[in-house]
Design a protein around this ligand. Structure first.
Ligand SMILES: NC(=O)c1ccc[n+]([C@@H]2O[C@H](COP(=O)([O-])OP(=O)(O)OC[C@H]3O[C@@H](n4cnc5c(N)ncnc54)[C@H](O)[C@@H]3O)[C@@H](O)[C@H]2O)c1
Length: 261
């Protein structure tokens, strides 16, 4: 059964809220009537800059590393005691680390931010939502988690893990009244990739503005949709992958050759 999320009067937490998609999610939540928007980011200054854009909602800012379970547990406790029950947790922080196979540090950071951080949200936020019989968890993965990222193995692999975890949580917690959604965009015009390319993504899709991604996300959350695809083409790419893996891999090899040329 789809669990719909409505921002009106809600308490929303956004990790990675100091930039890009996270900032747009926070601003959108505030504009749509959230009672409070909590911005979590390792960059306190940018998190504050996001909070400053929120004129209608109460705000709180936490400078924290999402890979730190104790820090996340503390934030959850503080928000629930001081502000109110969390209606939507956007587990959104991300990093694009590692060229090719990447270095051990790239894997450590990518696993931390794209896997462990979501597990922390599942461990510290979801049980409180289960106890109330309502709440929504949004995991920002990536189209790279459904397809691949020909440039970075740590990114591709850990984003697949993020999708898998979101699916697992949806399977296990739907009956508890919990909505789980997985946001899987392709290129979005943010700090993460502005230095890498501009114009069209390697897949030939357009880069989207973070605001457009946030608007699609809140539409999908209202409908209780699990997989949120701001680039709708990704659905057909995923079908091609599942329908004929050999042909899909051949196409991806051609894409990798174009990107590295
Ligand atoms: N930009 C894209 O093209 C794109 C495409 C698909 C998915 N995504 C995903 O969207 C999410 C948001 O990315 P973005 O494009 O807005 O990037 P961004 O770089 O603009 O923002 C990421 C934010 O996460 C924060 N962050 C990173 N590591 C952190 C940590 N350990 N603890 C706390 N905060 C941390 C950063 O400080 C930054 O404010 C990421 O999960 C990313 O992988 C982005």
């Amino acid at each position: 059964m789809p669990h719909s999320f409505s921002p009106a009067d809600s308490v929303v937490v956004v990790t990675g809220g100091g930039s890009g998609i996270g900032r747009a999610l926070a601003v959108h939540a505030g504009a749509e009537g959230a009672r409070a928007v909590v911005v979590v980011d390792r960059d306190e200054g940018e998190a504050r800059a996001t909070a400053d854009r929120l004129t209608r909602a109460a705000t709180a800012v936490f400078a924290a590393d999402v890979t730190d379970g104790a820090a996340i547990a503390g934030i959850v406790e503080h928000v629930e005691e001081e502000i109110g029950p969390i209606d939507l947790w956007c587990s959104n922080a991300g990093v694009h680390r590692g060229e090719g196979l990447g270095q051990p540090a790239d894997w450590e950071i990518s696993v931390g931010v794209h896997v462990r951080a979501h597990v922390h949200a599942a461990r510290y936020v979801v049980p409180r939502m289960v106890a109330r019989g309502r709440g929504t968890l949004l995991v920002t993965a990536s189209a790279a988690g459904l397809l691949s990222d020909v440039e970075s193995a740590p990114y591709a692999v850990t984003k697949h893990a993020a999708v898998a975890l979101a699916e697992w949580l949806s399977i296990r917690h739907d009956d508890d009244g919990i909505g789980v959604s997985c946001l899987a965009p392709q290129g979005v015009k943010t700090a993460m990739n502005s230095a890498r390319r501009d114009g069209r993504t390697g897949f030939g899709t357009d880069y989207l503005e973070p605001d457009a991604v946030a608007a699609k996300t809140f539409e999908a959350l209202a409908a209780g949709t699990f997989l949120i695809l701001p680039h709708p083409e990704v659905a057909s790419y995923e079908q091609r992958r599942a329908g004929n893996r050999e042909r899909w891999l051949a196409g991806m090899r051609r894409l990798a050759a174009r990107v590295s040329a």
